[in-house]
Design a protein around this ligand. Structure first.
Ligand SMILES: NC(=O)c1ccc[n+]([C@@H]2O[C@H](COP(=O)([O-])OP(=O)(O)OC[C@H]3O[C@@H](n4cnc5c(N)ncnc54)[C@H](O)[C@@H]3O)[C@@H](O)[C@H]2O)c1
Length: 309
């Protein structure tokens, strides 16, 4: 596969070192998040390669990106459908797919990982890519809950490793949490901030602490909603309505859990429980465990707390 290779641009004077400019992005994981990030990166003129384990999955990713772009275009180019179609084609031209991460990362500025929320699997991936990716390539994880430093230790590029935590649905959600692990260099951190802005997002700086900002507040709330339901304090429908009409939240906790994915939510709470089993905010839920074991993972599988057609 032929790629245009883009290397860092640096200022000549050391007193005004410019941050690296990310042009070519490799996104590993073409699921919910990876597809969304690919869409946004390609829409903002970046050259994107989306990597997953099979071509079948990648075909689904491409289909979902096209569908999402077409929804954007319907609104944005309501009066000019031809210009809209041109835009979709232009964006899709910026995206290619591959099942072979090793061959792709040889010419990339940023490897952004959005695979399963499992430390060992993420470490194995980064450890293998570290041996192949060029010196200048920055590695970043979109993990929701795993400390970036724990993933980064699998590589020899701690200074060029940070966190980029996007929110679902990526094309709609403005926030990106940019995580500076203890080893992340200031230049890498600044580059990731700049990259987030180049995607049209609003970055916030976060320390490498569990859940960063949003999930550290959100996940204990979601789990307490499940416990409330388990204790029979209310039906899931009533709890959802209560939080929407009483707290002004756009989605109820069960709707949000189904949207995020119950497996992803379980990974998060399991990891935090393991880290601090005495903390009641991190206690596990038998109901969540049961649904995940039955493959009811939320919207993406057609059933979670609710059923979807
Ligand atoms: N779902 C959310 O709302 C959300 C929000 C922010 C961050 N995240 C994080 O983003 C990551 C991905 O979450 P998701 O919801 O997109 O999951 P997902 O299950 O929709 O997608 C994961 C994809 O990764 C692929 N994959 C797994 N192992 C791989 C490997 N070794 N190489 C290449 N591809 C591989 C899978 O085939 C799948 O397509 C997780 O770390 C999650 O915590 C999720």
């Amino acid at each position: 596969m032929a790629f245009v290779t883009h290397y860092f641009t640096r200022a000549l004077s050391s007193s005004s070192i410019r941050n690296a400019v990310i042009k070519h992005v490799t996104i590993i994981g073409g699921g919910l998040m990876g597809s969304g990030i690919a869409q946004v990166a390609a829409s903002t003129g970046h050259s994107v390669v989306l990597v997953d384990t099979s071509q079948d999955i990648l075909n689904k990713s491409t289909k979902s990106i096209t569908g999402s772009l077409q929804r954007v275009v319907k609104k944005k180019f309501a009066d000019k459908p031809e210009a809209g179609e041109e835009f979709v084609q232009k964006v899709m031209k910026n995206i290619s797919t591959s099942t072979d991460a090793a061959s792709v990362v040889q010419s990339t500025d940023l490897v952004l990982e959005a695979i399963v929320e499992n430390l060992k699997v993420k470490q194995d991936l980064f450890s293998s890519l570290d041996k192949i990716a060029p010196e200048h390539t920055i590695f970043a994880s979109n993990t929701s809950s795993i400390p970036i430093s724990k993933i980064a230790v699998s590589t020899a590029r701690l200074d060029r490793f940070g966190g980029l935590h996007f929110f679902n649905p990526v094309p709609m959600m403005k926030l990106v949490e940019v995580i500076q692990a203890p080893g992340t260099s200031q230049e890498t951190f600044n580059t990731l901030l700049d990259f987030s802005k180049a995607l049209g997002k609003h970055p916030v700086s976060c320390k490498d602490s569990p859940g960063f900002i949003v999930n550290r507040l959100l996940v204990p709330y979601l789990m307490e909603a499940v416990r409330l339901y388990e204790r029979g304090h209310g039906s899931k429908e009533d709890i959802d309505v209560a939080m929407k009409l009483g707290a002004g939240y756009p989605m109820g906790p069960f709707e949000l859990l189904d949207y995020v994915g119950l497996d992803t939510s379980k990974f998060i709470i399991d990891g935090w429980y393991e880290m601090d089993p005495e903390n009641p905010l991190f206690s596990q839920s038998p109901l969540l465990n049961k649904l995940v074991s039955e493959g009811k993972l939320g919207k993406k599988t057609g059933e979670g707390f609710y059923k979807y057609k």
